[in-house]
Design a protein around this ligand. Structure first.
Ligand code: SAM
Length: 319
């Protein structure tokens, strides 16, 4: 089916957990196992360093990591390329007194990425509402040895931004539940439907509910008094959950009160060419500040990333 065909064009990505080993060590480890540096889609023993995300390696999609000892010990984390963009764009600061929030953490891929980018220093409050997924998150953080993360089982929307323990939070990642429509092996359900009209209506209702919730999450993040940077991402291809949510967030009371605008395109992975949909933005030039990934075409799953900054200005390059 179409989903699987696209999946064949997406390398299997593995992020090196730099809290436990270096990318050079990982390259050496794989080379010693008979892998060679080449186009990962060329054959099952080829791998390469990714051109956009440091510490990300790309392997053949047929390669299975689950029995690999480095994977089991938390040195390697299986994570699609696009899902590495949010933490990288958030670019949390280094320092023992620096504090970040991951608002929606399980299973913990992006939390562990943030932790590695902060070199396991400072502090990350990692919220997760769902009980089972919280257990998965806690296990993942323990395997990846994320010592600077405090996992908290809570609904982020009930967390009081004025609580003194969050007074130093400057960076927030919001990667909430979404339709998942960008994940290739799930695309087939969109292609076939027995009762098209009913499905379309259900899908519309679902997207509306999801986008209202996603907007609430961003607006809540904007209430944290010291927040400087908020990254909002989804693995959806729908404008309803992406550009339109960003548009609503930008014109919200919360954004106006706190002074949040979109980060200039030059600070949002400028080397990535595919940007947001201009026709979905009130000011089309703002689409340059947004990142999109098209499943299959970009050697990633479908994905969307946006970045809000307090007091930021959209740079002239994106006007
Ligand atoms: N960032 C995660 C990662 O990269 O591994 C994936 C996050 S997943 C897309 C969204 C998660 O948010 C789910 O685990 C869901 O249970 C959780 N969630 C949804 N609503 C929430 C809320 N109000 N507060 C906290 N967590 C929530």
């Amino acid at each position: 089916n179409a989903g699987d065909e696209r999946a064949e064009r997406i390398p299997r990505y593995v992020r090196v957990n730099t809290s436990l080993c270096s990318t050079e060590d990982a390259v050496e480890y794989f080379t010693s196992q008979g892998f060679r540096v080449a186009d990962p889609l060329s054959d099952s023993k080829a791998f390469s360093k990714d051109g956009h995300i440091p510490d990300l390696l790309a392997f053949n999609p047929a390669f299975r990591f689950h029995d690999d000892s480095w994977y089991k010990s938390g040195k390697l984390i299986i994570q699609d390329k696009a899902s590495c963009f949010p933490a990288y764009v958030l670019n949390p600061p280094l320092g023992d007194d620096r504090v970040a929030i991951d608002a929606t953490s399980a299973p913990g891929n992006k939390t562990s990425h943030l932790s590695a980018l902060m070199q396991n220093r400072g502090k990350i409050f990692a919220f997760e509402r769902d009980k089972t997924r919280f257990t998965t998150l806690s296990k993942m953080l323990s395997i990846a040895k994320c010592e600077n993360v405090e996992p908290i089982r809570a609904d982020f929307l009930t967390v009081d931004p004025m609580d003194s323990q969050y007074a130093q939070v400057t960076h927030i990642l919001v990667d909430p539940s979404c339709s998942g429509s960008g994940i290739v092996n799930r695309l087939d359900h969109l292609l076939e439907s027995e009762n098209k009209e009913e499905t379309d209506q259900n899908e519309l209702d679902r997207l509306q509910k999801l986008s209202s919730f996603q907007l609430l999450m961003i607006k809540h993040a904007m209430k944290f008094p010291a927040a400087q940077k908020i990254v909002y991402s989804t693995c959806s291809i729908h404008a309803e959950e992406n550009e339109r949510v960003v548009q609503h967030a930008l014109s919200s009371e919360e954004a106006k009160v706190a002074g949040f605008t979109l980060a200039p395109s030059t600070s949002v992975l400028p080397s990535w060419n595919r940007r947001g949909l201009p026709e979905e933005m009130g000011n089309p030039s703002q689409a340059a500040s947004l990142i999109r990934c098209v499943p299959g075409e970009d050697q990633t799953n479908g994905f969307f990333v946006s970045c809000f900054v307090r007091g930021g200005k959209v740079s002239s390059s994106s006007m």
